[in-house]
Design a protein around this ligand. Structure first.
Ligand code: IPE
Ligand code: IPE
Ligand code: MG
Length: 252
């Protein structure tokens, strides 16, 4: 299935956000504030993911996309990186069956070739196991970078169109890592920083952005509702004027 590109046409909008993309930031500071090692924040962060998945199901969100590890996070101390990898594996081991039982489809996107073979196999198995589920699609972005995504898609697009020198958006879009999902309606970043940090650069073109000081381990269903309330206050114009949108509402 292909989804409307926000720059090619004005998408038909659902009232509620259909796709939420989230930068889960602030685990380290959450822990430091409590005189705990950073790892304690990451452990707590996994629990917050569980809560967020449940909250999204209750709110009929169709796609939840979580930035778990960026292509730049390899720059962290080796100890923290290997700990994050272990946490990821443990979470997959523990959660995939439960997710499957709850009708959740799991996808993992990013340059997975840098992960060890065991983790890669777990990812393939989890995606295969949950492939038929439709209640909520949870995407984990791991070793993901927006620039990596655009470059890998460009490479595939060029290979698929030998001799072509004049490409269109439509030729690129199917090769992007998240081609299966509509563009995010709502982007949330926890932890107080107001930047994209190389997350979904292409897909966020017309996404509503929401930033909160709350650290990721503290981000619960009530905090999600604040973000969704903020989303409801926005007027998504996609380049048009407010008057045009008012006219369209009257006509429908
Ligand atoms: C986000 O929390 C988790 C990952 C990047 C894996 P951080 O680890 O970035 O926490 P802060 O930003 O240092 O508080
Ligand atoms: C973004 O958080 C990446 C993830 C949450 C996985 P970072 O903590 O790595 O971002 P910067 O370095 O503050 O921009
Ligand atoms: Mg951070």
């Amino acid at each position: 299935m292909t989804h409307t590109s926000s720059t090619k046409a004005v998408p038909a909008l659902p009232a509620a956000p259909r796709h939420i993309a989230l930068i889960m930031d602030g685990n380290g500071r959450w822990a430091t504030k409590r005189y705990l090692p950073r790892v304690a924040g990451h452990v707590k962060g996994v629990e917050a993911v569980r809560g967020m998945v449940e909250a999204c199901i209750e709110r009929h969100v169709e796609y939840l996309t979580l930035f778990a590890f960026s292509s730049e996070n390899w720059r962290r101390p080796a100890e923290e990186v290997s700990l994050l990898m272990r946490l990821f594996m443990t979470a997959l081991e523990r959660e995939v069956s439960k997710m499957h039982a709850n009708g959740i489809r799991l996808r993992v996107v990013g340059d997975l070739s840098r992960f060890d073979a065991g983790l890669q196999k777990m990812i393939v198995d989890a995606e295969r196991k949950t492939a038929g589920n439709t209640r909520l699609v949870v995407t984990i972005c791991a070793n993901y970078g927006g620039r990596w995504d655009i470059m890998q898609a460009t490479g595939k697009m060029v290979a698929a169109n030998p001799g072509c020198t004049d490409f269109t958006e439509d030729q690129l879009a199917p090769h992007l890592a998240m081609a299966y999902a509509p563009e995010p309606d709502l982007f949330i970043r926890t932890g107080g920083e107001e930047r994209i940090s190389n997350f979904l650069l292409w897909q966020l073109a017309y996404t509503e952005l929401y930033f909160t000081e709350t650290y990721w381990p503290d981000f619960d269903a009530a905090a999600l509702d604040l973000a969704i309330d903020s989303y409801y206050q926005r007027e998504r114009r996609f380049g048009r004027t407010s008057a045009q949108i008012a006219d369209q509402k009257k006509a429908s």
